[in-house]
Design a protein around this ligand. Structure first.
Ligand SMILES: O=C(O)c1ccc[n+]([C@@H]2O[C@H](COP(=O)([O-])O)[C@@H](O)[C@H]2O)c1
Ligand SMILES: Cc1cc2nc[nH]c2cc1C
Length: 364
């Protein structure tokens, strides 16, 4: 980073890698359960993957924790979202009052939902129980300048680290990061395009609902932002550096999510990814600390077209594909019951020996 502040020590720690021994043991255990081998399909694979990530013979998707990061985006000044940015603040109130989709889902699941403002334009004091970690009143307009200073970028990663550590302290086994931020599909697309060195066209989508010429305008704005930063850096490839990409074209909530994913990977807390913004944050985390992706499961495939590109770059396949494009952590929350089911099966089914059921085929 230009004029980089000192990187804190935690950012230099490596992500923990899933345990090969636990993976092997979990695979063997699945074949001892009273079912034809492989007959529970992806449910088996999910339990095995969690066992490896958690270094445990008893994979667990509970307790799960949802940390929802909110922030505003300077790029909205360029007309890239059909929604008024004031909705970021209004939805924060809705989250804590229990009326938003993720609020209902969290209640239904019995999960804690924590709302963390890392950079909304909320004027004055925030209502309880929103956690106030505001770094700036939104990012700067990335079309004209870097979205964040190096210090703000590190502060956003730090806000994510803190959330992961709070989760660890309450014994959380599975971490979901949600987000809210009008304009953040533009930041997610710009970040993905920068990190993947891909044209904006395949990564920009409708977001909350842009169509036709307005969608083409969004694409042009993001392409122009990318050119601006590549030119400023003096070399086209330099924007693929995650320290540059994150702060120049990312978002405060996106970088906080990346910090949380990174810290979860270091702590061995499994992460369940959500939609497009979450995917872009995951790609940033992976580029900042290679190996972070090994700690991740993908809850769903968003209807935002760029999501597929981003998750395939991470080598992840979605548990669900329901045409959702809400964000907030809602796609991950929807997949959580399936993960719970996968764990319950792995941990509680009888083995052939326990149940006195004959194992193996009948052919000589
Ligand atoms: O998670 C997704 O895949 C997703 C796809 C489209 C929109 N969103 C949500 O919509 C908001 C951003 O949309 P936009 O059009 O303002 O960039 C933000 O609050 C996101 O949570 C989220
Ligand atoms: C109402 C509304 C709710 C949201 N939740 C996440 N992004 C959102 C965008 C809008 C517009």
């Amino acid at each position: 980073m230009e004029n980089s502040p000192q990187q804190p020590n935690w950012l230099q720690e490596s992500p923990a890698q899933p345990s090969l021994t636990h993976r092997e043991r979990a695979l063997e255990h699945q074949d001892q359960l009273t079912k034809p081998p492989g007959s529970l399909g992806e449910l088996e694979a999910l339990a095995v993957q969690l066992a490896a990530i958690q270094n445990s013979h008893n994979p667990a998707a509970e307790p799960a924790h949802i940390a929802l990061f909110a922030a505003d985006h300077g790029i909205t000044a360029e007309g890239v979202s059909p929604i008024d940015p004031v909705v970021t603040q209004q939805m924060m109130t809705n989250f804590v009052n229990g009326g938003a989709a993720i609020s209902v889902m969290a209640r239904e699941l019995g999960c804690e939902l924590e709302v963390i403002d890392v950079g909304s334009r909320w004027p004055g004091e925030l209502p309880q129980p929103i956690l106030d970690r505001r770094i700036a009143p939104g990012t700067a307009n990335m079309r004209r300048e870097a979205a964040m200073s190096p210090e703000q970028f590190l502060a956003a990663l730090e806000a994510g680290r803190e959330a992961a550590e709070r989760a660890q302290q309450s014994g959380v086994k599975l971490f979901i990061a949600g987000e809210m931020g009008i304009g953040n599909t533009s930041a997610a697309a710009a970040l993905a395009a920068a990190l993947l060195e891909a044209p904006a066209a395949g990564l920009v989508g409708p977001g909350t609902g842009l169509q036709g010429p307005a969608l083409r305008h969004k694409e042009e704005v993001i392409e122009a932002a990318l050119s601006f930063h590549r030119h400023e850096l003096g070399s086209p490839g330099a924007l693929a550096n995650p320290w540059e990409a994150g702060r120049r074209v990312g978002g405060l909530e996106i970088c906080a999510m990346a910090g949380a994913y990174l810290r979860c990977a270091q702590l061995g807390i499994a992460v369940l990814l959500d939609g497009y913004i979450s995917g872009s944050a995951a790609l940033l985390a992976e580029r900042l600390a290679p190996g972070t992706k090994e700690n991740m499961l993908l809850g769903h495939c968003s209807a935002e077209p760029g999501h597929r590109r981003v998750v395939s770059a991470l080598g992840l396949s979605p548990i669900l594909s329901l045409g959702m494009r809400l964000g907030e952590g809602s796609g991950a929350a929807t997949a959580l019951p399936l993960l719970r089911m996968a764990c319950a099966i792995h941990n509680n089914m009888a083995t052939f020996a326990q149940a006195g059921v004959t194992q193996g085929d009948n052919h000589q």
